[in-house]
Design a protein around this ligand. Sequence first.
Ligand code: SF4
Length: 327
Amino acid sequence: MLAFGYAQAKDLPMGIELLRDTPAALPIAGGTDIIQLLQEGVIAPSELVDINLLPLRGIEPAGEGLRIGALTRLSEIADDARVKARFPVLARALEETASPQVRNMATAAGNLLQRTRCLYFRDATVPCNKREPGSGCPAMDGENRMNAIFGGSSSCIAAYPGDMANALLVLDAELEVQGPDGGRRLAVADLHREPGDTPHLETTLRPSEIITAIHLPATPRSANSHYLKLRDRASFEWALVSVAVALETKDGEIRSARVAAGAVGTTPWRLPLVERRLERGRLDEAAAVAAAEAATHGANPRSQNAFKVKLLRAAVQRVLLMAGGLA
Ligand code: SF4
């Protein structure tokens, strides 16, 4: 591990200033991903700016919805009675994330910003365009079982590995962000970038910006929302495929739908074709099968991950049946 500096931010302006004034500084809070990346030599920040003292922790009402501070721990969100009752897809996604110990440390914003689990990215001894632009992508013809089938480019096919972002996508969640030029709101749907020819640029955050909160709006879909995660083993494992769904129904008809998939895209991946197939119809087994067929339109599997095509269809079908009380 390379040497790096350490500074503790006492308040938000100080945190932003430290990040702005120190080239290659990174903010750290729970540290559950950053510490691993440091130990593995994958990242080499000049300084870590500890933001744990910033008053960004807690869950509070915001209009009809909720505002979650960026430093709120995943376990606090998953255990919150309001989240469980009104945004169950989020509680479920977090219950399925990592281990209880990690959930007690990891923060909401840190979880959104976690890095890919691509084997080559995590191995500093081999080339990787995301870690070292222009060095190559051994995953293209190598170990790509866990990589993406949507959104890849000739530079990178790394899958976004998280759970929470998929749930936030179907909840139409927004982020509060603060930076040197002030504050702004950013839809979670606009946070992550597809790799294109710049896979090292993973988000639309501007230099020195800090995510300060997540807003969950109350929508006609949020309480009827579900999450399914499929993985090699039942706990403390990354998804092979996950699916989040939120449905607005009236008199048995689906009025509006949000469906997103995890571990299949280079970003949290919305499935608009599935949504369109569902809307204005009734949710029964035939409808779930037809919607699931649309889930893999445009998929581009690699040598070892074609199984994700079938698995994604099965997961979409299954979670829709769960949502309809049919499974
Ligand atoms: Fe690196 Fe992306 Fe290729 Fe993985 S898929 S080796 S992260 S460039």
